[in-house]
Design a protein around this ligand. Structure first.
Ligand code: SF4
Length: 434
């Protein structure tokens, strides 16, 4: 039974940059077909696709709420939930809310074929058996002319005790350096100004091909047409000195590091199953600062890991206070079923968890203020973005300082030399265009 010559399909992404790049890749399959109009949620559509996240309970709750909202808005539409939540809890998804299609982290890349079959003969094929995590599906994010997220790696072999990602995305895998460089060259031809290399554990790139992340960076550094390369988070034990040196010597790879610390207590790091200690972490940060004193160093920290005592937390705070970093991403511990940490008994009252999280957020504000003061009065190159607000246009320096200036069309999507004058409470610098 032929269903329709043309269908409206809308995509929505929850979670990380990796998910955004994958949604764009999946949506591109539909955009290349004459039978689909790509819409944006909450536009009215025949099919809604939610690329889900399962990193916290909150992410899963947001997904269920969105499904209910879309159902109310268009009861006859088809709702497909793909990605990590579908991979981890397909039955819960199927029972808690009415979903027509549940595709895990591998099958989601077959969405176009599955929907085409449905459009042609009204049969909706759901994947009973989850395929093995063997294949690497390349992806990059869509519309933005200024910056694109390029997926270079997927999955993780680390198995940190609190983390659900290996269950959601499988073992570490990537394309070869040559295939990845082909994607970079394609994007360079599209005149994108900045590429953000993303994945789950990008430092592990190339492992199954006997290639290395450093090798890839050396090759990307040679590609003509891309002016800026930004790295997403690199595990501390994979952030080798020769990678730091390459960033210091490169004009393309930005002096901006995102390094997951998670705790400043070696005891807690051990209980988290992390592969480094605070001595190695501090050494990496010091080494970056010695080569690039104005480099931006963003750090992830988890507040409220079950076995973290008051003394451990104080250790974390004093470790970070003495570390020359720029700011933090503070995450509150979220117990994930089927992870080793799910069985750990909590050593403190829930109110203590939010106290720890808020204390770290306050400390992060202080760090960012110090970092911005270091940049005050300096010259910088800013890549102004395409969107404007209240007559202003904004962008980021190479070391990820946010800058705004009165809008002028010739600034859009251009890299300009500026003098950073002063910054406001919302942590944006005003500047003088040089
Ligand atoms: S390194 Fe650890 S925290 Fe990061 S994705 Fe892998 S298992 Fe999760």
């Amino acid at each position: 039974m032929f269903l329709a010559d043309s269908m409206k399909i809308a995509f929505y992404t929850l979670g990380c940059k990796l998910n955004f790049s994958e949604t764009s890749a999946i949506a591109r399959d539909f955009a290349m077909s004459d039978h689909y109009d790509i819409m944006k949620v909450p536009d009215k559509a025949d099919i809604y696709v939610i690329n889900s996240c399962s990193v916290t309970h909150n992410a899963e709750r947001k997904c269920r709420e969105l499904i209910r909202r879309l159902r109310r808005q268009n009861p006859v539409a088809l709702v497909a939930v793909i990605g990590c939540y579908s991979q981890i809890k397909p039955r819960e998804l199927g029972s808690a809310v009415k979903v027509d299609m549940v595709l895990g982290s591998q099958e989601k890349f077959r969405l176009f074929d599955i929907v085409e079959q449905y459009r042609n003969n009204g049969i909706l094929q759901n994947c009973e058996k989850r395929p093995e995590f063997s294949e690497f599906f390349p992806a990059w994010s869509g519309d933005d002319r200024t910056r694109k997220f390029l997926k270079i790696q997927d999955g993780c072999d680390y198995g940190c005790s609190y983390c659900i990602v290996p269950l959601a995305r499988g073992g570490s895998r990537s394309d070869t350096t040559a295939a990845t460089i082909d994607s970079v060259k394609k994007l360079a031809a599209g005149q994108v100004k900045e590429l953000v290399l993303t994945g789950v554990n990008i430092g592990d790139f190339g492992k199954q091909h006997n290639e290395t992340f450093l090798g890839l960076l050396n090759e990307i550094d040679k590609v003509k047409g891309i002016e800026r390369i930004r790295l997403s988070s690199v595990e501390p034990d994979l952030l080798y000195d020769d990678i730091i040196k390459l960033v210091a010597d490169s004009v393309k790879i930005m002096p901006h590091f995102h390094i997951p610390l998670q705790s400043g207590s070696d005891k807690v790091l051990k209980e988290m199953g992390r592969k480094y200690d605070t001595r190695l972490f501090a050494r990496n940060v010091e080494h970056i600062n010695s080569l690039m004193p104005l480099a931006c160093i963003a750090v992830d920290v988890i507040a409220g890991f079950p076995t973290e005592t008051g003394k451990d937390f104080k250790e974390t705070v004093s470790f970070i206070e003495n570390l020359p970093i720029s700011y933090m991403h503070v995450f509150t511990f979220s117990k994930r079923e089927n992870t080793p940490a799910a069985g750990l008994e909590k050593r403190f009252h829930s109110s203590e968890k939010s106290y720890r999280s808020n204390s770290l957020k306050e400390l992060s504000k202080k760090k960012l203020n110090t970092f911005y003061r270091l940049n005050k009065g300096r010259g910088a190159n800013v890549l102004f973005e395409s969107n404007t607000f209240d007559g202003f246009i904004s962008g980021f320096t190479s070391n990820y300082v946010r800058v705004k200036t009165p809008y002028s069309p010739d600034l859009q999507n251009n890299i300009c030399k500026v003098l950073l004058t002063d910054f406001s409470a919302d942590m944006q610098f005003d500047c003088k265009i040089l």
